[in-house]
Design a binder for this molecule. Structure first.
Ligand code: G1P
Length: 300
């Protein structure tokens, strides 16, 4: 298939870059990868996996470092635990443990030998992705959506417009230097063609305040562009720079998804997500609400 003819109608593969060190959560992340930190009762990675599976992905590629066994263990079959739950007649718990990954979905683990940036992590997935369009999900960005998940919304847009898609949200100008920032001057409805994308610009030079959130739908051409990049911001191979190179040859859309994003790469974001998911939880909402009211009163 030529460059112009990427078929975005059926995207099956999703990449999860999970090789980061999670230093903001030390000392917890000394032994627990940040993607395994729980929001209520599920690790962060599970939310991103569920979003990808709900969007129709059946091949999940985890780009990890050689020290992070916990993620692979989590998605592996837990024979002894399952056996015990079975013996104890704990069918509901057994179901929970088994449904971490549905049967039709396969998990593939790829090692990123050195921490050389997000673009490099995505490039490490190339042997599994091959010549197909694919999704990238950064599990730190937890997206709460009442309707279809953010990735499912993005797949619909990619399919409709035959273009790659990057999720965006508006942020205060003083925060632009924490994000990839896009310039998409002709927005219509919830999407607009990206004219420019730049990684973590200073507020005074940022082209807009429209920030990239960790969800991408990309064509396979991105791999060769990433391969020929020189290190960018922070001396790393940036996915943002690969996308900027891509813009010269094919359209990419910025998309304001329906949903609320929590930055679970930060401590306050993880706390906010925990509160949100507790307040939405069938069994916990009432008690959580009661506790929060009392705690706020006591600390007023
Ligand atoms: C990465 C990307 C950045 C994007 C952000 C979203 O940065 O490089 O463009 O806006 O994720 O969460 P990181 O947060 O890994 O520094």
């Amino acid at each position: 298939m030529s460059r112009a003819e990427v078929d975005y109608r059926r995207i099956r593969k999703a990449v999860f870059p999970v090789a980061g060190l999670g230093t903001r959560f030390l000392p917890a992340t000394k032994t627990v990868p940040k993607e395994m930190l729980p929001v209520v009762d599920r690790p962060l990675i599970q939310y991103a996996v569920d979003e990808a599976v709900a969007a129709g992905c059946d091949t999940l590629v985890f780009v990890t470092n050689r020290y992070k066994h916990a993620i692979a263990d989590y998605f592996d079959k837990a024979y002894e635990l399952e056996h015990r739950l079975e013996q104890g007649g704990k069918d509901d718990l057994l179901e929970l443990v088994r449904n971490v990954l549905p049967d039709h979905v396969r998990a593939v683990f790829v090692t990123q030998p050195e921490a050389r940036g997000l673009g490099h992590a995505v490039l490490c997935a190339q042997p599994v992705i091959g010549d197909e369009p694919f999704a990238v999900l950064l599990p730190d960005d937890l997206i709460f959506a009442r309707g279809p998940g953010a990735l499912e919304q993005m797949f619909a847009l990619a399919s409709e417009s035959a273009a790659g898609v990057v999720a965006v949200q508006d942020v205060p100008r003083e925060q632009v230097s924490s994000y990839g920032i896009v310039d998409a001057p002709r927005f219509s409805g919830d999407s607009g063609r990206i004219e420019l994308i730049v990684e973590k610009p200073a507020p005074e030079v940022a082209p807009s305040t429209l920030a990239v959130v960790g969800r991408y739908v990309l064509p396979p051409r991105i791999f060769s562009l990433l391969e020929s990049l020189v290190p960018g911001r922070g001396g790393e191979i940036q996915l943002t720079d690969g996308i900027e190179a891509l813009l010269q040859e094919s359209p990419m859309l910025a998309y304001r998804f329906a949903g609320r994003r929590f930055d679970c790469g930060s401590r306050i974001g993880l706390i906010e997500a925990t509160i949100q998911f507790a307040l939405e939880h069938d069994d916990l909402a009432e008690e959580a609400r009661r506790y929060m009211r009392a705690a706020l009163e006591q600390n007023a």
